[in-house]
Design a binder for this molecule. Structure first.
Ligand code: ATP
Ligand code: MG
Length: 419
């Protein structure tokens, strides 16, 4: 019986996996430049971490989690996102006591959400994300945003739109919340079931509803910008000032609210404006979550971060027709003729590889011509041909595949020739 891949997942195969490597390497390099260090947390966590950490009125917690009971009867969840786990670890490992503050971390790995699969929406997807914990300086908000923008730009994306909003501090949010409740309450019956629940739990999330986005009350909903108190407004202005200084264009969208229930102050999304990118245009989402560490049992700690998926990154590259240099090339292909020569290539191959020269040989007993074809397919820069005669003389024939030039070199010095 043939067994198929689970719905909403994908096999990432060669050569496409090379694109993944390029993105992952670029991300790691930027993190090193910006001084974010990698943290690796488990793929599964106690379910409670996410209901508390992401907020139980979010889509993620309400309907997208992969939950299971382990053999010990514990409720576990395959992680749907990275922030809650990073903050759990920050608290658990008392990183708030580190001498170096803020604590700047990044993660990269698979996340799991039970979603309705469609383009750009998978049930397993890979997120790269960063978190800066312990600073309330708007400059770090700008830094976090600039790292995401730098990554996209570095790999050649141009049609990007940064959308920014402020959700204010607790006081501003409270005032706004009350205004939202009075706005939606009288006609909440016209909204979806989810929104009816949100009215109680977190009315801000009504603005993020995908089903009711066309309702007339959405347009006229009270805007958070009108409820920001002075310090929240000043904070927001500072973030914008820094982004301008960094020459990162942005738009302010007062309706931008983000997934987490614990977001405050800065919220942002980076979208792709490439034609043909599809209905889902968000590449990256992030924001400030100053209440989260406390919610997870730690001291009050400001935090800000973003998460982006590699899947949507690649979709955007395709939409903008950006070709990344992922050609496959090897330094040397060893062609052998005759049994003794063939045996000899076992050791010779190793010698080359020990010298850092990428090398391959035939393992299928192919004829000369077929071996050359194989070398061609691998994009071999050189082909080294060894027959029993050459072996006798202690030489090997080295062919430069670009120029066609052939030289006889001493077998013992083949590896050195490459250097
Ligand atoms: P959306 O509104 O598209 O559902 P979200 O608010 O659920 O996004 P976040 O939780 O903020 O998304 O995740 C951050 C980023 O992770 C998104 O901007 C997107 O790039 C990516 N992402 C989220 N869900 C998926 C998914 N199911 N498949 C692929 N990438 C995803
Ligand atoms: Mg989602």
């Amino acid at each position: 019986m043939a067994i198929h891949i689970p719905r909403g997942t994908q096999d990432i195969m060669p050569p496409e996996v090379e694109t993944w490597h390029l993105i992952e390497e670029a991300a790691r390099k930027l993190c090193s430049l910006y001084q974010y260090q990698e943290i690796r947390t488990p793929i599964f966590e106690h379910t409670e971490l996410f209901s508390r950490g992401v907020g139980d009125s979010t889509d993620i917690v309400e309907k997208e989690m992969y939950n299971f009971t382990d053999r010990g009867g514990r409720n576990m969840t395959l992680r749907p996102e990275g922030t809650a786990a990073v903050v759990r670890s920050f608290v658990e490992n008392k990183m708030y006591g580190n001498p170096d503050q803020p604590v700047k971390l990044y993660y990269m790995g698979p996340m799991f959400r039970y979603e309705r699969p469609q383009a750009g929406r998978y049930r397993q997807f890979v997120q790269f994300g960063i978190e800066a914990l312990g600073s309330n300086d708007p400059a770090i908000d700008a830094e976090v945003i600039s790292l995401a923008m730098a990554l996209y730009r570095e790999l050649g994306l141009k049609k990007l739109k940064l959308v920014l909003n402020s959700l204010g501090d607790t006081e501003s949010r409270k005032a706004h919340r009350e205004a939202l409740v009075s706005h939606f309450q009288p006609r909440i019956g016209e909204f979806c079931e989810d929104c009816q629940k949100r009215l109680e739990k977190n009315p801000l999330r009504i603005l993020d509803c995908k089903k009711d986005s066309g309702h007339e009350l959405m347009e006229t909903a009270p805007s958070i910008v009108d409820y920001l108190n002075d310090s929240s407004r000043a904070y927001f202005e500072k973030v914008q000032e820094y982004l301008k200084k960094l020459e990162i264009p942005f738009e302010v969208d007062p309706n931008l609210v983000r997934g987490l229930d614990y977001y405050n102050h800065t919220a942002f999304e980076i979208m792709s404006e490439a034609e043909g990118f599809g209905a889902i245009t968000t590449l990256c989402g992030g924001g400030r979550y100053n209440g989260l560490a406390e919610e997870l049992g730690g001291p009050e700690t400001p935090g800000i971060g973003f998460a982006l998926s590699i899947e949507r990154f690649i979709a955007a590259l395709k939409a903008e027709k950006v070709e990344l240099p992922v050609e496959r090339k090897i330094d040397c292909y060893l062609v052998s003729l005759g049994d003794r020569a063939k045996d000899y290539t076992v050791g010779l191959l190793q010698e080359l590889r020990n010298e850092g020269i990428s090398a391959e040989r035939d393992y299928l007993g192919r004829k000369l011509k077929a071996q050359f074809k194989a070398a061609d397919r691998l994009g071999a820069r050189f082909v080294a041909v060894l027959g029993d005669d050459e072996l006798e003389k202690g030489v090997i024939n080295l062919k430069n595949m670009e120029t066609g030039e052939q030289t006889e070199v001493e077998l013992a010095s083949l590896a050195k020739q490459f250097r």
